[in-house]
Ligand binder design. Structure first.
Ligand SMILES: *Cc1c(COP(=O)(O)O)cnc(C)c1O
Length: 399
């Protein structure tokens, strides 16, 4: 657990490189990895003071670790939060948040368009412990309002949504949450603090799968929760310390190196994705493109107001159905065929038969996932090479 203090008014670019570093007496330039499970005390009295909480300091790496703390302080500074708790994965960040803030009998209102495993956690596991969830349309503020009950404690969303890039108005939903004595949690995986800062817009909790853009190079699994000192610094930290889904020091080190290049990477992902989306809109075999940066996106104005860039994920529908969509996937030679995202390497996936394959055809139709839909998480390769890789498949569709 770490407290970020938006160090001396430095800009985001500076915080991403510098925040959280506490140089040791060795004078190291790069942050070291502390591979130690426990810590040694100078005396019995110091051990007792550490365990009782009288004296702050390390006890055991399930609780705190200096390398993990650098990552936490840096991410807290970037999100503008008082506290950050690192976790073993994005899913454990969501679980720890729910364990810390909810109890049996409480109710969640969540967007229908959230990460599939989060839906499974809410309906398959939290429900077993008496926490029910109602799912609503992300962009429909009135539907959120109508779903709130006296026992609702948490509103939960991702924006833009995956894969159709629907947006939530975070300020409006934060207001709604607070008018109803609820908290708003935003999974900020797609935008990262470089493109969107939910706490500034009124959200209470920010959740990350660090596995995606924070690492940015597809190496480690991890997560984080950012928010205030009480709920996150004390309550979520308490869950991690007691229940144990802590981040490993090695992974923390990889992620904090990822944060150092996050700003330039997110700018480059956004630039490539916008160029690709504009090109896709001009292709004869492409029927529709979903990307918040396009003027044709129904919430383009909200995207411009709420985000400082449009992100790296886009979707599009080709003329035809599953067979034509698969032809485009199978004609690629450069793009990676994988459902992962947030990597320097571009990835392509067919949602209807992968991420959304377990839904019934009706549920898929309701979610707007057509058989001709493809999603690309645009990486940092040359935009011309990415276009050429797709053009090969498109020319087959035209034959
Ligand atoms: C991947 C992902 C998660 C889960 O994160 P893991 O690190 O895989 O546990 C949660 N939310 C979103 C939006 C994701 O993309």
């Amino acid at each position: 657990m770490a407290n970020g203090n938006n160090d001396n008014g430095y800009a985001l670019e500076t915080l991403a490189v510098r925040a959280g570093q506490h140089r040791s007496n060795e004078g190291e330039q790069s942050e070291p990895i502390f591979t130690t499970s426990s810590y040694v005390f100078q005396s019995a009295a110091q051990a007792a003071a550490r365990f009782s909480g009288e004296e702050p300091g390390n006890i055991y790496s399930r609780f705190t670790n200096p390398t993990v703390r650098v990552f936490e302080e840096r991410l807290a500074a970037l999100e503008g939060g008082a506290s950050c708790v690192a976790t073993a994965s994005g899913m454990s960040a969501i679980l720890a948040t729910c364990l810390a803030l909810l109890k049996s009998g409480d109710h969640i209102v969540a967007s229908r368009a959230i990460f599939g495993t989060t839906v499974m956690m809410f309906t398959g596991y939290l429900a077993k412990f008496g926490v029910a969830t109602t799912f609503v349309d992300l962009a429909d503020v009135e539907a959120w309002q109508a779903a709130i009950k006296p026992n609702t404690r948490l509103l939960f969303l991702e924006t833009p949504s995956n894969p159709l890039t629907v947006m939530a108005d975070i300020s409006k939903l934060a207001q709604l949450a607070h008018d109803n004595n609820c908290l708003l949690a935003v999974d900020n995986c797609f935008c990262t603090p470089v493109l969107q800062r939910p706490l500034d817009l009124g959200a209470d909790i920010v959740i990350h799968s660090a596995t995606k853009y924070l690492d940015g190079q597809g190496r480690c699994v991890g997560g984080a929760v950012v928010g205030d000192a009480e709920r996150v610094g004390k309550d979520v930290f308490g869950v991690i310390r007691t229940c144990g889904p802590s981040m490993s020091p090695f992974n923390a080190w990889v992620f904090l190196k990822g944060l150092e290049t996050l700003n330039i990477r997110m700018q480059a992902h956004s630039r490539n994705a916008l160029a690709l989306a504009q090109w896709l809109e001009q292709q004869a075999v492409v029927e529709r493109v979903y990307f918040p940066g396009l003027e044709s996106h129904p919430q383009h104005a909200l995207a411009k107001q709420q985000q400082s860039g449009f992100g790296g994920v886009l979707s599009f529908e080709v003329r035809g159905g599953k067979e034509q969509a698969w032809q485009v996937v199978d004609a690629t030679q450069l793009l990676s065929i994988t459902a992962n995202l947030g990597d320097t390497k571009s990835t392509i996936t067919h949602p209807a038969t992968t991420t959304h394959g377990r839904l019934t055809p009706q549920a898929r139709a309701e979610a707007g996932i057509r058989d001709n839909l493809l999603r690309i998480a645009v990486g940092l390769e040359s935009i011309d090479d990415i276009k050429a890789d797709l053009a090969r498949g498109f020319s087959k569709l035209q034959q």
